[in-house]
Design a protein around this ligand. Sequence first.
Ligand code: GLN
Length: 288
Amino acid sequence: MVLKEIKNIFHKELDEGYRKEEVDSFFYLLIEHYLGLERFVLALQPNLVVSKGEEQALFAALSQLRLHRPIQYIIGNAHFMDMDFKVDKDVLIPRPETEELVRWMVFELSAKPHGISILDIGTGSGCIAISLAKNLPEAKVFALDISEKAIAVAKQNAVDNDATVEFMHYDILNLDALATKFDVIVSNPPYVREQEKRTMHKNVTEYEPELALFVPNGNPLKYYEAIARFASKNLKKNGSLYLEINQYLAKETERLLRKHNFSEIVLRKDMFGNNRMMKGFDLNGVVY
Ligand code: GLN
């Protein structure tokens, strides 16, 4: 079949459930992934004939997209901080908001004259830890996750991106303290309340790992509580804590950090104008 024809079928089948530009970008990602073709090829050679096998791969992807399976899980890959990360059902797909958190950290932490140590809590695909390690080559980066399957994905991502990160298997809800003390702790923990689930798209609720996303309505900051408690014991003096947060719970999150003696708290919005990132200093940390 001719490439242009397949693109028309994609629109015919998918335009009901997605925006047109989204369908275009799925199609381009898929021809790049399965055919190794860049998007301009379609403009130059709309009548390019696709082999039977390639055609089958594209149509198999099309039927997954009809079921709202995220494109990143279909091709097994997500783009984050100009790098490629393997993703599967055991890890959250890296979000652009999280990229903003990483850029904020890189901007602030590259000014540090000496090598610093950073811990990423709930690393998932490893996207935060690995991109920090790549962009702050002097830093020593550690990461932990409760999911061994996620750690396996993250380790592979570190190898693929040629980054050095020390991964550890821990549950932050049951982790009192570690022997290592850190200059910086970062986390993008689960923060979506069950009540917010109905406002979310099927591609998230039906395919992404619940473990990485949801928290009970009655205790939405349970991970933040555990992280703040852990951080106040495991940060060096003047160490900093960076968090991705639930946009509706900025005040509550700030209050929680103050309760754990964090100060100079800064709240930042993401590109969509939502309260999304928070930083605090542990001025009372232990001197090492
Ligand atoms: N921002 C993610 C979402 O919209 C949630 C990430 C998280 O819970 N840490 O699905």
